[in-house]
Write a protein that binds this ligand. Sequence first.
Ligand SMILES: C[S@@+](CC[C@H](N)C(=O)[O-])C[C@H]1O[C@@H](n2cnc3c(N)ncnc32)[C@H](O)[C@@H]1O
Length: 342
Amino acid sequence: MNESRLEIKLSFITGLREVVLGEISKYQDIHIIREDVNSLYLDFIQDFTLIRHMGSVARAYVVIQDSKYNPLYISNHKSILSNPIEIVLNGNEGRFKSFKITCAGSDSFEVRSIAKYIQETYELTEKEEADMKIHIIKLDEIWEMGIQITPRPLSVRDYKVRNMSGAMDPTIAYAVNSFCELKKAKSYLNIFSGSATLLIEAAQSYPNIEHLIGFDNDKKHLSLAVQNIKKAGLIKKIQLKEENIFDKPNLGTFDAITSDLPFGMSVSKGEDLKRLYKCFIEYCENVLNEEGRLVVYTSEYEILEEIISKSRFDILKTLELKLMTSVNAYLRPKIFVCKLKR
Ligand SMILES: C[S@@+](CC[C@H](N)C(=O)[O-])C[C@H]1O[C@@H](n2cnc3c(N)ncnc32)[C@H](O)[C@@H]1O
């Protein structure tokens, strides 16, 4: 009866496709079958270890697609659910205590009977904020049934003690670092380090970097950064300083500089961003090594673009992302990859 094949689905932030493809290309065992707007479908693999450690992927699922697999069909053939549920549970029983089904008509008889089956067969409780996230959705002409392989999205990192308002999504931090040519870098500076997302992602992905330094002028952010760095086990590797960019701190020169610039309301309220960004670019002109990379992430890219155009930097590449904010509005930040003019 069950002819459709299991697949792995990876979803990511709009705009990060090339970064995800770059990360996947490192692994010979991963084969892409097809693509969707914000997701890639892979041949099924038994061992999820590689996937769980992917830095650029927001969420990963075990999925099965078939034009027949609507909620009514699944409720009449519940064994379709068993295989993917057991794969996700295998060895992780303690981590999954509750489940949620996302599906149009979740109060319908069919969906309720699916929920009852899961509850009774796997002793999981149905909850709004659940560990096991199951979806039954229609994509164009085909139905997809899928289960997220981890209770939390892959983009929620274990090192985050708590979320700082204005903190960067770790998959974007991974992307920013991927453009810095860090495999051959010895020194790395993160300006406006906040809760240290960029620093931790850099130290984890590129153990070759000898000096990682970040600075910020906010004591609370620095204290949270220290906690995150400790939790990541990187306290001996990453240095943090309390510094203000306007003081142009003397910290040496660097092979790579990254920054998630202060913006809008939540960070540096009332600050003159033009003045701040200008000072930032002038500082980077002086402390970036000749062949180094400056990679900047900002929503205020028009201000930045104008300042860069009058600077000693060339823009090698930009990447536009599209993010949903907590108030369901879209944000379209950009990543700028820059190099000093010769
Ligand atoms: C967008 S947040 C960085 C968030 C960080 N990437 C993270 O993931 O947590 C910008 C940071 O710039 C810092 N900042 C603002 N003005 C500054 C200044 N003049 N000098 C140094 N840091 C500043 C803020 O304290 C804030 O932590």
